[in-house]
Design a protein. Structure first.
Lengths: 157, 174
């Protein structure tokens, strides 16, 4: 069932257009990379603060609330520029283990962010013991894994 | 310049790196991850200067607290980028986007030094305020555009078939 879904995506006129149009893939890939930088910065500034590094003179919840919208909108940009790449190379993605690992970790990352990380980052500082450090460390690990697997789809698939 | 690239290309260590199955994916992956660390933090510093975000954070806090991390990312980025170039110098020699990226990095560096030694000297006067001087805002915009262009040209290096016609006419890579 999943394979036929990917075959359907690969067969869409939009996928054919993406492959035929010389500049479509490069432009979308470049935009994806710029969005990645925006996302990584927003995540890192808060995660480093959770780890007790970086902008320690600024209250954590203030920093987290301000960068939350940048993180969300950068992720939206990553999705908007990532989806056409998946559509146009759907079967390559389907047969790549890195694609599936990347997707699983993205889901874990989103769940982790909207359930645990946000709650810890938005809480009053000093009330959660060592949990902010654990959360910051896990968040950096999760999103680093996503970018590593993303890079490996193109290189080793 | 070409003979230097050809000399490196023929070095046994360059050939060994080029022929290794794991070296290229490993270096490129570390290059991308370290780019996220460096460019991600620099982007938010630039956006603070422009006044787009982190407006309650004193400007001088960012270089003090974030630049050591950004520079660590930059250092790793330089090492992995250097190794990528070392492993395939002739692939990059004729690549327009490689030279464009190098030129953009140089201009971004000049912009950074100019800002640091000119505009940033008066930071105490506007450190806490929401009103950033025009020079600082301009430096932030220029830096954002330049580093985005560095990222874009870096990605475009993979598309050797999409180089400008005038560049192809120069036959540099031939």
């Amino acid at each position: 069932m999943m394979q036929s879904f990917f075959e359907w995506m690969q067969g869409l006129p939009f996928s054919a257009w993406m492959l035929e149009e010389t500049w479509a893939s490069p432009i979308i890939q470049c935009a994806h990379l710029v969005a990645l930088v925006g996302f990584a910065g927003a995540v890192l500034v808060v995660d480093m603060r959770l780890l007790g590094r970086g902008l320690i003179k600024t209250p954590l919840n203030q920093l987290a609330r301000e960068l939350d919208r940048w993180m969300i909108w950068s992720f939206v940009a990553l999705f908007v520029t990532g989806a056409p790449q998946v559509l146009s190379t759907a079967l390559k993605q389907y047969y790549s283990p890195f694609f599936w690992w990347k997707m699983q970790i993205i889901v874990i990352g989103l769940l982790f962010n909207f359930t645990i990380r946000r709650r810890v980052a938005f809480a009053e500082e000093g009330t959660l013991g060592h949990w902010p450090k654990v959360v910051g460390f896990l968040s950096i690990g999760i999103w680093t894994s996503v970018s590593v697997y993303a890079r490996l789809i193109g290189l080793l698939s | 310049m070409r003979s230097l690239f050809e000399w490196v290309d023929a070095l046994p260590s360059s050939i060994a790196l080029r022929e290794s199955l794991n070296a290229y994916p490993t270096m490129l992956t570390i290059h991308v991850v370290s780019m996220c660390l460096f460019a991600g933090l620099i982007a938010y510093w630039d956006m603070r200067l422009v006044g787009l975000t982190l407006r309650k954070v004193p400007v001088s806090n960012i270089p003090t607290r974030l630049f050591p991390w950004a520079l660590t990312g930059y250092g790793i980025n330089l090492i992995t980028g250097g190794l990528l170039l070392y492993s395939q110098p002739m692939r990059y020699y004729g690549n327009f986007y490689f030279w464009a990226k190098m030129a953009l990095m140089l201009i971004a560096g000049i912009n950074m030094f100019w800002f640091h030694y000119a505009t940033y000297k008066s930071v105490q006067a506007w450190d806490q305020g929401r009103e950033i001087p025009l020079n600082a805002r301009l430096a932030g915009i220029v830096s954002l555009v330049l580093w985005a262009a560095v990222v874009v040209t870096g990605r475009m290096m993979a598309y050797s078939g999409l180089m400008p016609g005038w560049w192809n006419n120069l036959n540099i890579g031939a």
